[in-house]
Design a protein around this ligand. Structure first.
Ligand SMILES: Nc1ncnc2c1ncn2[C@@H]1O[C@H](COP(=O)(O)OP(=O)(O)OP(=O)(O)O)[C@@H](O)[C@H]1O
Ligand SMILES: [Mg+2]
Length: 220
């Protein structure tokens, strides 16, 4: 589903990702870990086509990304749901509207939009908050809305960047359960995290980055 072949990414005069190769199979759930600044977010951004590699090849769902024209990028992104820190909720829209937006852009009809938004809200246990505004929700609730927004379009791939940052252990465990449910439905999931608790005893692959190098792989 995702394939990196000798990928390097430089920012200015700094290398964020160094000659990395790995593959993620369709339907796999995989974790990325490593110290602050090791390149986790950069790696997710490369998959989302928010950054371009300076060297090497990235293939997403069979598409070699260097072959894509600008106009092809949205088509690849349609397959990808993201839970990123710098992709916040819109404050002047309700929870329902925040989640519905992705479907509206795609021209999904109102009736189906309603069904799918409520379904996504049910998955994250926030059906009762559909008419609330983000500001009135707790941090954990907002994070679950962000997850509902990422999954409402049923993407083949879900990318999550430190999805449990700032959450208490119980709420974090809830987020992990949601990911497991989504994974059980066949979604390919990549989770970048410092939090060992997220992958401990999962039996899933854990890739470790350090200074942009892929320095190890273990099972959680
Ligand atoms: N937009 C940018 N411009 C310049 N340098 C950047 C940019 N984004 C990241 N970097 C640098 O690239 C390196 C990797 O950053 P990245 O954000 O991928 O690390 P990370 O593993 O996600 O760290 P954290 O755990 O703190 O989120 C860091 O040294 C960072 O300073
Ligand atoms: Mg990061």
């Amino acid at each position: 589903m995702i394939h990196f072949q000798n990928v390097t990414k430089d920012y200015d005069n700094q290398t964020a990702i160094k000659d990395i190769s790995f593959s993620v199979a369709k339907g796999e759930m995989i974790f990325l870990t490593g110290p602050s600044g090791s390149g986790k977010t950069t790696l997710l951004k490369l998959i989302y086509l928010a950054e371009e590699p300076d060297n090497g090849a990235i293939t997403i769902a069979g598409i070699e990304t260097s072959q894509l024209k600008e106009s092809g990028i949205p088509y690849v992104r349609r397959n990808i749901g993201i839970v990123f820190q710098d992709f916040r909720l819109l404050e002047n829209r309700t929870v329902f509207e925040n989640i519905a937006l992705a479907l509206r852009i795609r021209g999904v009809r109102e009736r189906e939009t309603k069904i799918r938004v409520y379904d996504a809200l049910k998955t994250v246990n926030l059906r009762h908050k559909s008419d609330s505004y983000p500001k009135t929700l707790s941090g954990g609730e907002q994070q679950r809305v962000v997850i509902a927004r990422a999954i409402v379009s049923e993407p083949a791939i879900l990318l999550a960047d430190e999805p449990t940052g700032n959450l208490d252990p119980d709420t974090a465990a809830g987020v992990v359960r949601i990911f497991k449910d989504i994974h059980a439905k066949g979604t390919t999931i990549l989770v970048a995290t410092h939090n060992r608790e997220l992958y401990r005893n999962t039996g899933k692959r854990v890739l470790r980055l350090d200074s942009g190098n892929l320095v190890g792989e273990a099972l959680g």
